[in-house]
Design a protein around this ligand. Structure first.
Ligand code: CP
Ligand code: NVA
Length: 328
């Protein structure tokens, strides 16, 4: 498998074999790290630029730690600290950074921005989250599922909440690619985009995957191996939509009733950050405003033994390392 020079913009661009190769490479790199085997020589002397037009904890730290472990230097460009988009076009930024760095990570808004960056950079570009897709998160999720359930193909994953944004879209794509059974369990309004559903259904025909969209919580979560959710309001969306989201998505909260309806060995996953208590500024604010103590997932489920969210978060680093190791 040779992925040298490839961009990593969305999983639709990758074959199932390539995706699984990256997951296996991540598992190998993880094992090496646990054993204290250094990988500093893999890409020693290279440099990468990390553009973040939206904030981040996991993705930024994963890129920085993974780069360091591979002998790569990093430059972090924060949401306000560069000329990107304000004084300088994406095409110009791409050509400037492409002349100084061996790779570029981009987190921001529309998918077309990261695609444009890749078109002009002349070096690999990695998508660290756009409105439409979050592909590095998918590799971490697949690695976590493989570690926890011992299999990928045939796994039944139910996603609850806002299924028409980056996480719902990306999970539907990765499930289609890898022969998993994807269910979006939410109100119709939050179903993934019809054209993307169609594209995934075509892929699913080849891989044995299935795509189900349902508003029925009981049917949608019954016998699931993985229950997955994400925040109800994503980065870049206006604060004014909180009320509507809480009202419309509360019936799709992951709680103990949902987990009991899934398989007894089912795991709970969340890309994080999560609103499962009042210990965050926004969580507290919304809690006071709407009289709730938790949102997309109850604290009980989040803290339960079925929750694998922190292992999932750790796997962000190992899988992002695999992406850089393979494409540089
Ligand atoms: N899951 C995820 O992408 O987390 P961050 O926003 O902290 O990077
Ligand atoms: N849907 C969330 C994912 C965060 C990792 C967002 O875009 O904010």
């Amino acid at each position: 498998m040779n992925l040298k020079g490839r961009n990593f913009l969305k999983l639709l661009d990758y074959t199932p074999e390539e995706i699984l190769y990256l997951v296996d490479l991540a598992a190998e790199l993880k094992e090496k790290k646990k054993q204290g085997i250094l990988t500093l020589d893999m890409h020693k002397g290279k440099n990468v630029a990390l553009i973040f037009e939206k904030t981040s904890t996991r993705t930024r730290c994963s890129f920085e730690v993974a780069a360091h472990d591979l002998g790569i230097g990093t430059t972090y460009l924060d949401p306000s600290g560069s000329q990107i988009g304000k004084k300088e076009s994406i095409a110009d930024t791409a050509r400037v950074l492409g002349s100084m760095y061996e790779g570029i990570e981009y987190r921001g808004f529309g998918q077309e921005i990261v695609e444009e960056l890749a078109k002009y950079a002349g070096v690999p570009v990695w998508n660290g989250l756009t409105n439409e897709f979050h592909p590095t998160q998918m590799l971490a999720d697949v690695l976590t599922i493989k570690e926890k359930l011992g299999r990928i193909k045939g796994v039944k994953l139910t996603y609850m909440g806002d299924a028409r944004y980056n996480m719902g879209n990306s999970l539907m794509v990765v499930c289609a690619k890898l022969g998993m059974h994807f269910t979006a369990c939410t109100t119709k309004k939050y179903f993934p985009d019809a054209a993307l559903v169609k594209e995934c259904e075509e892929i699913a025909k080849e891989t044995g995957a299935t795509i189900t969209l349902t508003e029925d919580v009981e049917a949608g979560t019954r016998g699931a191996d993985v229950i997955y959710t994400d925040v109800w309001v994503s980065m870049g969306e206006p604060d004014s939509i909180w009320e509507e989201r809480i009202r419309e998505l509360s019936p799709y909260q992951v709680n103990s009733k949902v987990m009991e309806n899934a398989r007894p060995e089912a795991i709970f996953m969340h890309c994080l950050p999560a609103f499962h208590d009042l210990k965050t500024k926004i969580g507290k604010e919304m809690g006071e405003k709407f009289g709730i103590t938790e949102m997309e997932v109850t604290d009980e489920v989040f803290e339960s033994s079925q929750s694998v969210v922190f292992e999932e978060a750790e796997n962000r680093m190992h899988t992002i390392k695999a992406v850089m190791a393979a494409t540089l």
